[in-house]
Design a protein around this ligand. Structure first.
Ligand SMILES: NC(=O)CC[C@H](N)C(=O)O
Length: 191
């Protein structure tokens, strides 16, 4: 049985739980440091407010143990604010877990265009629905990072080893394919 931990400090974690329930995958929430003692196969970091998630990770003493686990190969999927928390370089902001070699621009689409819906290609899956909410985009990637999707010439999904990030929110659509891709292709789990 595959078990996925969901970081539930702030933001849209419940929507990820619903996706995992629909996929029939066991899941639990990480709210404090002791939750890390439970065994799990993969981690999801949801959208929300990256500065708040980063601060809570630090204040609750979760930041360094989690960084260690990710650096040792724990599969992790970050959406939107989760992408920002995982990136090594945040333009105009302080990185948090900083495990992925990407440079990110926050609130990159400006206030007016902060939220929009589109459909575009994702390598290894095909055309998928994408919901963006005050989204970041990836400005540049390091040599070990594979770009998986671009919208209007901007990188919105990427992978580095067992780390996957999307600037959009797959958990806010009916489409389960990105979560399935994360668990099967990135994490190498059988669900
Ligand atoms: N939907 C989201 O996660 C928005 C991210 C948010 N703008 C941030 O910078 O953290």
């Amino acid at each position: 049985m595959v078990t996925v931990a969901i970081l539930a400090l702030q933001g849209a974690f419940i929507e990820h739980e619903h996706v995992l329930d629909r996929l029939g995958v066991d899941r639990f929430e990480i709210r404090q440091r002791s939750d890390l003692e439970r065994p799990f196969d993969a981690l999801i970091i949801p959208g929300g407010e990256s500065t708040v998630i980063g601060k809570l990770l630090k204040d609750l003493g979760i930041l360094s143990p989690l960084r260690d686990r990710i650096e040792k190969g724990l599969p992790v999927f970050g959406t939107c604010a989760g992408l920002i928390v995982l990136s090594k370089n945040v333009i105009g902001g302080v990185p948090s877990l900083a495990t992925m070699d990407i440079t990110v621009k926050r609130n990159a689409y400006g206030r007016q265009l902060g939220s929009f819906y589109t459909e575009d290609g994702f390598d290894g899956i095909g055309k998928i629905p994408m919901t963006f909410i005050r989204a970041p985009y990836i400005d540049s990637v390091g040599k070990d990072v594979e770009v998986l999707s671009e919208v209007d010439g901007r990188i919105v999904a990427a992978r580095q080893g067992k780390q996957l990030v999307t600037a959009f929110h797959p958990e806010l659509t009916e489409d389960l394919s990105v979560h399935r891709y994360f668990l099967e292709e990135v994490a190498g789990l059988r669900i």
